[in-house]
Design a protein around this ligand. Structure first.
Ligand code: ATP
Ligand code: ZN
Length: 572
């Protein structure tokens, strides 16, 4: 048994996430966590909401709520939707937790002690009307690069150029619209990533088998232009983790907070501490996952995220860990994803374009989405969600292949033998051939799941389902029954057992259908089919089962057209 720590990129708090966010981080992480638990490993699966930063404050202002209240409500909403998608977090924390406050301050203190923090005086825009500095998105103006007149202080959405607030032409406050602005000197802390560049480079080079997407992005940031740059890790804001040096005040930093990208990844650790607190456990319970000197040396740590998060996870967060000079766990494997696009364009939270997680669940159960998203995960390139593809994949894979097998076998058995596993007869060559095929495919499936090859794992699982259908097609127990009812009984006994095996193998992808299949088979035996022959004999002759409700209904053309229409515009 191994110990596996799994984190998903933490979703930002400003709104409900879309299907792209889901498939680029939380969902594949859940797939892996579920699989590893099923294989008997000890798993810690942590996610949280990312709650600091100017977009959270601005979203709260727009909603007319204090930011604390807005974040608490949105956390509850995201948490409920995550449950709806059956995301099996051990803990879904909050980056605004007290644990994250103290750990973030702790790491900053250690980094400062080790000389990796620099205090820099810089010029920031101050709004006289608002009585505050205007960092990042708090300021808007005309882009010096393309002339777009709604560029934000951190980036121009039109030409994507990264900006500093002082770069903007004709700047105005995003809070009040005031143009009564001035530039003031203010002091900020910088993380001296450049000092850790060689260590980071060696560490990345020593990793074997990381996705090219992960290493190529890291290398680009390490080496392009002047190489890895130092980054400001504080802001003149009220909402966030107050700047402290460990537990001490930080002279000159009063009233400032850490910047969101500094505290967000530390929440992976803090989220584990939140888990321990929620379970009534002491600090050793979470530290054994994170401190290699306190029991974490045998932990394998895997992170899941979309490509835009890769620089922070390959460079900034490891720089925080390395720079602390303490034996905190570094990530062992980073599974990164390209983007899922929506019907000829991009998913966009700010523009409300695409299908959002709450909307998805309002039209179909989680398993339909889980299956489509995972089997089309944007692994090697961007992928595209289209309603036609969704309809045809769901109908073919889930309804025609898996659902149909379950329904045919259980209904046929009920009509000829009753609702019990039939007795009599024996397996012959055809069954031996099926067992050999299933054994080989199951080993291949395990290999893909272990390697987090999500699409290949889905394809292998589908082919495991198809093998069962092909067997039934050829064995045709409905014909055999007329001439050799004993043989038909043996075949149906195998097929009912196959339903249990499919429930077990399919659970990481479609947990609800899997539970329904096990319940219909009247068993709680969810043991993994290490030995396929034994696995296909778990339900003995005479064991009672029930014909389940339709597992997967087909998506009709009318439904598809209606949804296509309903989700063609933008959400407000
Ligand atoms: N279209 C997409 N396809 C796949 N992953 C995505 C997509 N958009 C964002 N992600 C990933 O989703 C995760 C959560 O993202 P986050 O909540 O920070 O939103 P975001 O990156 O600001 O995206 P958006 O503004 O579109 O919601 C991150 O790991 C991010 O890389
Ligand atoms: Zn621009």
């Amino acid at each position: 048994m191994a110990r596996i720590l799994i984190t998903s990129a933490i979703p930002y708090i400003n709104g409900i996430k879309h299907l792209g966010n889901l498939v680029g981080s939380q969902l594949p992480a859940d797939l892996y966590a579920r699989y590893m638990r099923q294989r008997g490993h000890e798993v810690m699966f942590i996610c949280a909401t990312d709650e600091h930063g100017t977009p959270a404050e601005l979203a709260a202002t727009k909603a007319g709520k204090p930011v604390e209240e807005f974040c608490a409500e949105m956390h509850a909403v995201q948490s409920e939707i995550a449950d709806g998608f059956r995301l099996s977090f051990d803990h879904f924390g909050r980056s605004s937790s007290v644990q994250n406050h103290s750990l973030t301050q702790y790491f900053a203190g250690k980094l400062a002690d080790n000389g990796f923090i620099q205090e820099i005086s810089e010029k920031q825009v101050y709004s006289n009307a608002d009585g505050r500095f205007l960092p990042d998105r708090y300021i808007e103006g005309t882009c010096p690069n393309c002339g777009y007149d709604k560029a934000r202080g951190d980036q121009c959405e039109n030409c994507t150029k990264q900006l500093d607030p002082t770069d903007l032409i004709d700047p105005r406050s995003a809070v009040s619209g005031s143009t009564d602005l001035e530039v003031r000197e203010t002091k900020h802390l910088y993380l001296r990533q450049s000092q850790l560049k060689d260590r980071l480079d060696d560490w990345i080079n020593s990793q074997e088998g990381w996705p090219v997407l992960t290493t190529s992005i890291a290398k680009k940031w390490l080496h392009d232009g002047d190489g890895l740059r130092d980054r400001g890790i504080t802001r003149d804001l009220n909402w966030g983790v107050p700047v402290k040096r460990g537990t001490d005040e930080w002279p000159g930093m009063e009233g400032k907070v850490f910047y969101v990208w500094f505290d967000a990844p530390i929440e992976y650790i803090a989220g584990t501490a939140e888990w321990a607190e929620a379970k009534g456990l002491d600090d050793t319970a979470w530290r054994r996952w994170w401190r290699t000197d306190e029991g974490a040396d045998d932990v394998r740590y895997v992170q899941f995220m979309g490509k835009d998060n890769v620089p922070f996870h390959t460079l900034s967060f490891p720089a925080t860990i390395m720079g602390s000079g303490e034996p905190w766990k570094l990530v062992d494997y980073i599974k990164s994803f390209n983007y899922l696009n929506y019907d000829g364009g991009q998913f966009s939270t700010s523009q409300g374009r695409g299908v959002f997680m709450d909307q998805a669940l309002s039209i179909l159960p989680a398993d339909y989405w889980r299956w489509w998203l995972l089997s089309h995960a944007p692994e090697n390139s961007d992928a595209e969600f289209t309603w036609e593809n969704f309809q045809s994949s769901v109908n073919k894979d889930l309804a025609d292949v898996l659902g149909n097998l379950v329904s045919r076998v259980t209904k046929f058995c009920r009509s000829k033998f009753g609702e019990v596993v039939p007795e009599g007869g024996a397996w012959a060559e055809r069954e031996a051939a099926l067992i050999a095929t299933l054994t080989a495919k199951t080993r291949a499936y395990e290999g893909f799941m272990d390697a987090m090859e999500v699409r290949k794992a889905a394809a292998e699982l589908r082919s495991i389902w198809v093998a069962g259908n092909e067997y039934l097609q050829e064995a045709a127990p409905w014909s055999a029954f007329k001439t050799d009812p004993e043989l038909a009984a043996a075949q149906i006994r195998l097929a009912l057992n196959l339903i249990r095996v499919y429930a077990v193998l399919s659970r990481p992808f479609i947990p609800d259908a899997s539970a329904a299949m096990l319940a219909a088979m009247g068993t709680e035996d969810d043991s993994w089919p290490d030995d396929m022959t034994a696995a296909l004999s778990v339900l003995p002759a005479g064991h009672a089962f029930a014909v389940p409700e339709v597992l997967f209904a087909k998506i009709t053309d009318e439904q598809r057209e209606e949804w296509q229409e309903r989700f063609s515009g933008t959400r407000d």
